[in-house]
Design a protein. Structure first.
Length: 286
């Protein structure tokens, strides 16, 4: 058999292809997020079927990234490994959120407990003053809220807009969380930056059971915000008939007026909620 002749042009073309492939591979390696099994310091142990990290392959400086990936994949075993290797439980190499805040948004009790066990700061604040408790209340994760409460979280902590956990839970209709917060001492009369309260937020969104619960725990029924608007006005404006009836039955002032002179009846009429207009009139509203 005669020897194969390779032309110089073919060698040059092959070299260019190899360089292009190498460059493409390097770009892929820089992309985030990477899966743990793709990292050089992790290796699937033969016969175990698990991607357990091998200690002698760990690359310095990657423990925080490894912990982030473990939290994201909800792998408590790998979380413990990276925490034992010095990963910081409050760190997040790819976001301003602490890992506990991310976990509270997701709501997995196992992850939250594990981070707290390793001394994650339950009162850590990030941009805007958000905390793990505020995030859990917003998302409606009752078990997460309970765990945070059991570990010393401040139930009345508020963000830069003075929004409290109770306001978040009331606004988004999470009555079980409202119950937990009130039992733990949440201030039912707290006001946000604009004078809004948990009661007003519940009424604005038609959450009648939450509004009743907050009233039963001492909230002032005619509390007004900085614009002079009461919870009854909010319900009238948004067209929540049942909430309006409940407030009237509990003695709310049907003739209160805001800073512009608008009464509950006027707010209802401005949005064409004529059923509410008639109800207000029947009870002496003007």
């Amino acid at each position: 058999m005669s020897p194969r002749i390779v032309k110089k042009g073919n060698i040059a073309a092959a070299t260019q292809i190899q360089m292009a492939l190498a460059q493409k591979t390097r770009k892929k390696e820089k992309q985030f997020p990477k899966k743990l099994k793709e990292r050089p310091f992790l290796k699937v142990i033969e016969g175990t079927g698990k991607g357990r990290p091998q200690k002698d392959k760990k690359r310095p400086g990657d423990v925080d990234e490894g912990l982030f990936e473990a939290v994201k994949s909800k792998d408590v075993g790998e979380m413990r490994y990276f925490l034992m290797k010095g990963a910081m439980p409050d760190s997040n190499p790819f976001s301003e959120n602490g890992l506990l805040i991310d976990a509270s948004l997701d709501g997995d009790p196992r992850i939250i407990k594990e981070l707290i066990k390793w001394n994650a700061d339950v009162n850590l604040t990030v941009g805007g003053g958000r905390t793990a408790l505020l995030c859990a209340c917003w998302k409606g994760h009752t078990e997460a809220v309970k765990i945070l409460m059991e570990n010393g979280v401040d139930v009345n902590f508020f963000d830069i807009y003075k929004t409290t956990p109770l306001m978040e839970a009331a606004q988004f209709g999470h009555i079980r969380i409202v119950e937990v917060l009130i039992k733990a001492g949440a201030d039912v009369g707290a006001k946000d930056k604009w004078g809004g309260t948990a009661l007003k937020k519940a009424c604005m969104n038609g959450h009648i059971d939450i509004a009743a619960l907050i009233l039963d725990n001492g909230a002032y029924i005619d509390q007004a915000d900085k614009g002079g608007q009461t919870a009854l006005m909010d319900a009238c404006k948004e067209g929540h008939v049942d909430v309006v009836k409940m407030f009237i039955a509990r003695g709310a002032d049907v003739n209160a007026s805001d800073v512009y002179g608008y009464t509950p009846l006027m707010h209802a009429a401005s949005q064409d909620h004529m059923e509410i207009v008639e109800i207000i009139k029947e009870h002496g509203g003007r």
